[in-house]
Design a binder for this molecule. Sequence first.
Ligand code: NDP
Ligand code: GDP
Length: 348
Amino acid sequence: MKSALITGITGQDGAYLANFLLEKDYNVYGIYRRLSTPNFWRLQNLEVFDKINLIPADLIDGSSMVEAVKISEPDEIYHLAAQSFVGASFEQPIGTGEITGLGTARILEAIRQIDPEMKFYQASTSELYGNGHSSSLSENSPFQPSSPYSAAKLYGYWLTKIYREGYNFFACNGILFNHESPLRGLEFVTRKISNAVAKISFGMEKELNLGNMDAKRDWGYAPEYVKSMWLMLQQKEPDDYVIATNESHTIREFVEKAFDVAGLDWQDYVKVDRRFKRPIDVNYLQGDYSKSKQKLGWEPKIKFNKLVEIMVKEDLSRWEKWQNGQIFPWDAPNYSNEANILTRALKA
Ligand code: NDP
Ligand code: GDP
């Protein structure tokens, strides 16, 4: 039986990947960090919580990462943990560098010291390309990070290549474009929209405040994307791959479709609020997954319209169940009311 260690197992991708690897009969380990309130709802939602092994560790603490690797002795390590939200990286650039950048160095060093044969997946991102592009982006397109998050991820990307070339690691960068699902965090724009549409349609909220609605993203479906992570580690040679849908849509299109799924007109509810605008935004991201199709045999099935429908229907169903008094693992009832959130953009 193969075993895998997932950092970030409590996040969107970690939960789906745990589920995927369990179905492939892996012994699955994951690290979780100490929080004042545990964050296991995604693992419970997918009914995998009782089937995995959890190890307490934090990317800030290198010794805990060494312990996690020693305890799990995995064949494969999927490094997904990060301060993963671009918006927060402008508020907390130093913490983002520590966790998202140096955290990657800590786990790579743990592997180098314990067993360099372990295969390593690095959660790289389309944010590496940053601003200034207007055509599809492939593995060969230039990077121009446009946020503290993407600068930290660029460090992780290069470190992964350096350990591959310098120490012969089987280490791969998955350059994943945005991928969403009903398990997406509420601060990301797609889930913020699907959750708001559901609340508005039940009369629990009156409006939705957003920032830059002109930005375009290439949005795919997270459960399909985690399969590509596994495929990368099953190849003969380690390499880097773009994972995308090859389509991009504006935030406004997402909003329009999401309200449409609930039978509402978005223009009656959506307002622009500068708190949600970023000091620099990435205006266009569209991938080109040709290499992944050819080498991994990977292709997305769920595209934009279906994705929006899945997310809105799931949030509608959750709020309906919640109003009927049902108890189930999810995040929205405890999420902070955004009216209280002050950001740097307010001072600008
Ligand atoms: P999430 O935000 O859902 O999950 C992030 C995970 O990282 C959580 O499990 C979180 O734990 C963990 N984490 C955060 N800080 C630490 C820390 N100091 N020590 C240990 N664990 C920590 O992200 P996703 O699942 O969406 O993304 C997975 C990875 O892929 C991330 O690295 C992200 O940057 C990258 N990525 C994501 C894309 C997307 O569209 N989703 C696109 C491209 C790349 P906790 O539950 O305790 O907060
Ligand atoms: P990102 O691509 O990783 O930054 O994912 P996000 O979902 O956080 O943001 C996607 C795009 O939506 C970015 O261009 C944001 O500027 C834009 N956006 C517009 N309004 C909002 C908002 O209210 N919240 C977030 N998170 N993003 C917003």
